[in-house]
Unconditional design. Structure first.
Length: 327
């Protein structure tokens, strides 16, 4: 991360706790530490990168209001804009649901609902940025976003007694992955494997890795709508050339079941997007990767990035289970 100019405003994110999960440690067979990004002010890790980019917008003293897309990214941008005294418009797809819209409005954002999935909303946002002359805040595909997310790994370096055996993250558009890779470079942990988890139907990173090029999914069919980018950032694919990135795809039912199990185990409710990396741990996939020789045996402590998410409540969890025939 570049040196901070004198007088630069304090970051909007907090140094999130790192706690061991005994149930997850038991499931994996080695210590599992949770990096609790669900306690961030906006409800997810997004505040790290989005907040950093919004501060840059204010630092350039641009008169035009910023514009963002997406649920959790929009919440992060709205939170940062409120702290900076900036007006903001957030474009969200209909899949974000009323909870996200209400929370955005509570933060003072103007909200426009457009299209079915994030890609639709992003096209609308780019159109508005062009016609209105607004500053666009991209949810995941911007160097300042990656730079902000890299702070997560620097915190891990300060918190952990030893280098982790693996870091498990959710992948949507690839911004968190890019930030984690940037952070690994910064602290000299380039050899730490990253387990990149997605749900079937929102697995654009997995398809890109398999093809060796960016792949656009025909549609987002997963209930984990926050992982719903039809095409990942090009930087995400580059990350797989710089570090060991192991892609894992889970079913929606596994992700939802993992969310429910995590609620029972740790008393925290997270979005289905976070259910993807949780399912990797609960399902024995890490042990399978060890048997295949893709992860070391014995495996050092595993870090799970609990990415969080604000668009979840008990009624929605019940509705998801009903939708997937799990009730």
């Amino acid at each position: 991360m570049a040196a901070q100019p004198a007088g630069r405003q304090k970051p909007f994110h907090i140094i999130s706790p790192v706690l061991e999960s005994l149930p997850l440690s038991k499931a994996v067979g080695t210590k599992v530490f949770m990096k609790l990004e669900n306690v961030q002010p906006s409800g997810s890790f997004k505040i790290r990168g989005i907040g950093h980019q919004c501060q840059d917008v204010r630092g350039r003293a641009l008169p035009d209001p910023p514009l963002s897309t997406g649920g959790n990214a929009g919440l992060a941008a709205a939170y940062a804009a409120r702290e900076l005294g900036l007006p903001i418009t957030v474009v969200v797809p209909s899949s974000s649901g009323p909870t996200a819209v209400r929370k955005l409005q509570e933060l003072g954002a103007t909200v426009e609902v457009y299209g079915k999935v994030w890609d639709d909303a992003n096209r609308r946002a780019q159109e508005l940025a062009k016609t209105e002359g607004w500053v666009s805040i991209h949810p995941f595909d911007h160097p300042l976003v990656w730079e902000g997310h890299a702070s997560l790994v620097r915190e891990l370096k300060d918190s952990l007694e030893a280098k982790p055996g693996a870091i498990v993250v959710a992948v949507g558009g690839g911004g968190l992955l890019a930030g984690v890779v940037a952070g690994l470079h910064q602290v000299g942990w380039q050899d730490v494997p990253i387990i990149a988890a997605e749900t079937q139907g929102a697995h654009s990173f997995h398809e890109a890795l398999k093809a060796g090029r960016l792949v656009t999914l025909p549609d987002i069919t997963s209930v984990a709508t926050c992982l719903g980018a039809k095409t990942v950032a090009a930087r995400a694919l580059e990350c797989a050339q710089e570090c060991q990135v192991i892609s894992q795809v889970v079913e929606d039912t596994e992700a939802v079941r993992a969310v429910e199990q995590f609620l029972d185990d740790e008393r925290m409710l997270v979005e289905t997007a976070c259910g993807a990396p949780l399912a990797v741990l609960y399902s024995g996939r890490l042990q399978r990767l060890q048997r295949e020789g893709r992860l070391r045996t014995p495996l050092g402590p595993v870090v799970l990035v609990v990415c969080g998410g604000s668009n979840i409540h008990m009624a929605q969890l019940r509705a998801l289970k009903n939708q997937l025939g799990m009730e």
